[in-house]
Design a protein around this ligand. Structure first.
Ligand code: NAG
Ligand code: NAG
Length: 542
């Protein structure tokens, strides 16, 4: 290598090194001046707006010396309605007059009895841990308390502003209504996106456009307000189902509002056939779960076929030695033996492709009073998701098993679950139908809503209301007593006259009181639903 090329080589190396250095510096500078957009990692946990919380708390909790001296009288009848600090597990009704005791006596069960004292402490800790992460997933800044202060010159949208993830919107309704001044200035600050203007107004100074904090100022209020009409928000942090809290301030005043960030809801629509009368075969699938009782099941199928010859029937079967059930429009799913009641329901509803699913027990019988059209009509014309019918017992009355369910918030020990016989109100236009929270084992439901709630497969023996408890807040439930299915047989005591399959079935389904199954449901109430207490009316237990 000669000397000249050596020098060239060195100077080339120098240039390369220099340019690398320059680009590193440039990149660093860029990152530094652009901190608002460089998300390398995103913490996907929900973060409640801590800063704002503190602001609000300070202002709300500041004792106002003027107010604290003004006397007041507590109105007991109303104050008593406010939630206590945590529900208490106690039986009610003891102090009521005798007639009312008969109507509304209540039994209360402490659910931690499902566990040994030695394991309870550890279990409670684990439940707390799961509950905390559940809450974190659930909360969004959109749930935050925001107060609009009096005489605030800032005008802004209090709710209803929404953007799809990573999209841009105009923020509607921003304005300043201030007293005459020499100079007007506002700041807007976002935390999950950037602010900008879709148009510029002469005489308005814009700073920080394209960043998370933008300042607009002008000596002319009208021009500033015109400019505020063009303010845009662009979501830059991809985290759907959250909300950005935008801080809006001018000298001496501040306000916060929420921009929701979410995808639109993608619909799940079902083709229900041509116009005209309800085509039950196109609209409804009948689902049932069977276990050993093939004679009963065949009677059910025969009775359905009398009235609905082409409706699809889905059967989930966890019998030990499954028999074949075949026929047109029948789907028979065989499961591992003894998988259980809710697992079977879950499998059956997972296979439904029609808009509605009609749940029946395998020992029901369709009659001329089993007008599925009526239940379809209720769901088509109301906002209900699920509507129960009535079950005619062979020797007894018809039962609708209407139950109201409420959950009273508690503190560290968990919430209280209250179940009472009854309903909330009659449905206008359907005099035989009411709104309630839980119904009998004979119901028509929107398929997607039932699939959303699901039947917890851990509930394998006696379980029913558990589904409605899981569905509280998701399912809008009704009950009509003019659509009636017959119950072939409730197993009678003693089981002397029962057939062999009935006896085998009874061994599994009915167990002595205080059996394991009830106990295991209490355990699920305690851990899964985080209840501490379960109360229900004791006038009639199913
Ligand atoms: C806007 O923000 C800047 C920077 O934090 C601050 O100096 C200024 O006082 C704010 N202006 C208003 C009107 O609040
Ligand atoms: C009702 O729906 C079924 C299944 O989709 C279809 O085969 C049948 O032709 C429909 N009947 C009428 C009258 O539209």
């Amino acid at each position: 290598m000669n000397r000249l090329s050596g020098v060239r080589m060195r100077s080339l190396r120098k240039t390369v090194l220099l340019s690398i250095l320059v680009s590193v510096v440039l990149v660093l500078a860029l990152i530094h001046t652009w901190p608002t957009r460089a998300y390398t990692t995103i913490e996907v946990w929900q973060r409640p707006g801590l800063v704002l919380d503190r602001n609000l708390e300070d202002r709300l909790l500041e004792p106002d010396p003027q107010l604290s001296t003004i006397p007041f009288h507590v109105r007991e009848s109303v104050a008593g309605l406010l939630a206590r600090n945590g529900c208490v597990c106690e039986s009610e009704g003891v102090t009521l007059p005798i007639l009312q005791i008969l109507k509304s006596r209540v039994s209360a069960q402490s659910l931690n009895k499902a566990f040994q004292a030695s394991e309870l402490e550890e279990l409670k800790k684990r439940r707390d841990k799961e509950f905390k992460s559940f809450q974190k997933r659930l909360q969004t800044p959109g749930d935050m308390l925001i107060i609009a202060e009096a005489n605030n010159p800032l005008q802004y949208p209090t709710q209803g502003v929404e953007t799809r993830p990573l999209k841009t919107i105009l923020i509607p309704g921003l304005a300043l209504q201030d007293h005459p001044r020499d100079h007007y200035s506002i700041n807007l600050t976002a935390t999950m996106g950037t602010l900008n203007v879709a148009a510029e107004v002469d005489g308005v100074k814009i700073q920080g456009d394209g960043e998370m904090r933008m300042t607009l100022s002008s000596s002319h209020l009208g021009k500033l307000n015109r400019q505020l009409q063009f303010v845009t928000y662009t979501n830059t942090l991809f985290h759907p189902n959250t909300a950005d809290t935008v801080h809006f301030e001018t000298e001496g005043h501040q306000a916060n509002f929420i921009i929701k960030i979410r995808h639109g809801l993608t619909p799940k629509l079902y083709n229900t056939g041509t116009e005209g009368e309800y085509n039950i075969s196109a609209l409804v699938t009948i689902a049932t779960k069977t276990f050993l009782r093939y004679d009963k099941l065949q009677n059910l199928i025969d009775s359905v076929r009398k009235y609905y010859p082409t409706v699809t029937i889905i059967i989930a079967d966890d019998s030990q030695n499954p028999k074949s059930i075949s026929g047109p429009h029948i789907e028979h799913y065989i499961m591992p033996s003894g998988k259980g009641w809710f697992a079977g329901r879950n499998l059956a509803i997972s296979q439904v492709t029609t808009k509605y699913v009609l749940w029946v027990d395998d020992d029901f019988i369709f009659t001329s009073k089993t007008k599925v059209e009526k239940l379809v009509d209720v769901l088509e014309k109301t906002t209900l998701d699920l509507v129960g019918g009535a079950v005619q017992e062979v020797t007894r009355y018809t039962a609708t098993f209407r139950q109201t369910i409420s959950i009273e918030p508690g503190e560290a020990d968990g919430d209280c679950l209250h179940i009472r016989k009854g309903f909330h109100h009659v449905i206008q236009g359907f005099p035989n139908c009411v709104v309630t929270d839980g119904v009998i084992n004979f119901f028509l439901a929107r398929t997607d809503k039932v699939q959303q709630v699901g039947f917890d497969p851990r509930l394998n023996r006696v379980a029913h209301l558990e589904f409605f408890i899981d569905g509280l807040g998701t399912l809008h439930v009704g009950s009509c007593d003019d659509v009636i299915v017959s119950h072939a047989s409730k197993i009678k005591f003693p089981w002397a006259s029962a057939s062999e399959s009935d006896k085998a079935y009874a061994k599994f389904r009915y167990q002595p009181a205080s059996s394991d199954s009830l106990h295991s449901n209490f355990g699920l109430f305690y851990f899964k639903n985080r209840f501490q207490c379960f109360t229900r009316g004791i006038s009639r237990i199913f």
